[in-house]
Design a protein around this ligand. Structure first.
Ligand code: SER
Length: 284
């Protein structure tokens, strides 16, 4: 990597500074157990503490926010340790707009951060968009200059996000992927962004909250759409540190080392043992 950004601390700081310079207010991470939200056990995304801001973006203390949110997701529990990239507990870098900027700025700033600040090589990057989101395609392709063959249209499972819980704000999304190389891939002929293997690492999700899913199942358009993005700190650390997986980054290596230090000498650190070590590091 060309940039000097390496450690998790560097990444957090560069991200927050980038969005502070673009008129965002830095908001501290909310508690892992959301306050006054009967629909959620845990904070699973940066937007959780702002859920109501999207519903009525009037008289808010700010309309642009940036945060580094501690998150807990039980949904990926079975993948932890088996893939290079899944966690139950992780930190999400996010920038948010509540009825303020929308798709153009979200996409332009994300690309600027990735290319100018992190200095990731564009030839390793891909983006996905929701299948019929021609506006997002136009922004990525015509405005940003991402070649059409690097823009993948994916369906609801991958590229429509939310709501968290049964009701609430949701919308189409667009993701940025880093090609970690053939050696990390499944080798199948159809392997591409969106594949479940570790080759195309999705590290930033740009959500365009445009709807509220109501209890009766209808999608009500939001009067003023917003932006909700989430970038995986551990995944960006893996990329910036050229690490083998998330467990070999400066975030997890000390935990892995501590677990290894408790094991009897001569333990075979591959296979089941490696899986177990990674799981304990994640849960710790
Ligand atoms: N809420 C979206 C996510 O969790 C983007 O922040 O992926």
């Amino acid at each position: 990597m060309n940039s000097n950004i390496r450690t998790a601390h560097d990444i957090r700081k560069s991200y927050v500074d980038f969005f502070l310079a673009r008129g965002h207010t830095e908001v501290p991470s909310a508690p892992l157990v959301p306050k006054g939200d009967a629909t959620l056990l845990f904070t699973s995304a940066g937007m959780v503490q702002f859920k109501d801001y999207y519903l009525s973006p009037e008289n808010l203390p700010y309309t642009r926010a940036v945060s580094v949110q501690k998150c807990l997701r039980a949904g990926d529990l079975e993948s932890v340790g088996k893939t290079l990239r899944h966690h139950t507990f992780f930190e999400m870098l996010g920038n948010f707009s509540f009825g303020d900027y929308f798709k153009h700025e979200a996409v332009e700033w994300a690309w600027e951060y990735v290319i100018d600040v992190l200095q990731l090589p564009p030839e390793r990057l891909y983006v996905s968009i929701f299948e019929d989101d021609d506006e997002a395609f136009g922004i990525w392709n015509e405005k940003i200059g991402v070649p059409a063959e690097r823009i993948v249209r994916l369906g609801r499972k991958d590229n429509f996000w939310g709501p968290v819980g049964k009701t609430g704000v949701c919308g189409p999304c667009s993701e940025i992927y880093y090609d970690a190389g053939e050696t990390k891939g499944c080798g199948s002929s159809g392997c591409a962004p969106g594949c479940d293997c570790d080759r195309y690492l999705e590290f930033w999700n740009l959500v365009f909250p445009q709807f509220v899913l109501e209890e009766d199942g209808t999608y009500r358009p939001l009067e003023k759409p917003g932006i909700d993005t989430g970038a995986g700190l551990e995944r960006i650390a893996m990329i910036m540190q050229g690490a083998e997986d998330n467990f070999h980054t400066d975030i997890f290596q000390p935990l892995v080392d501590a677990v290894v230090g408790l094991l009897p000498g001569g333990t075979d650190m591959t296979g089941e043992a490696k899986l177990g070590i990674n799981m304990i590091a994640d849960h710790a």
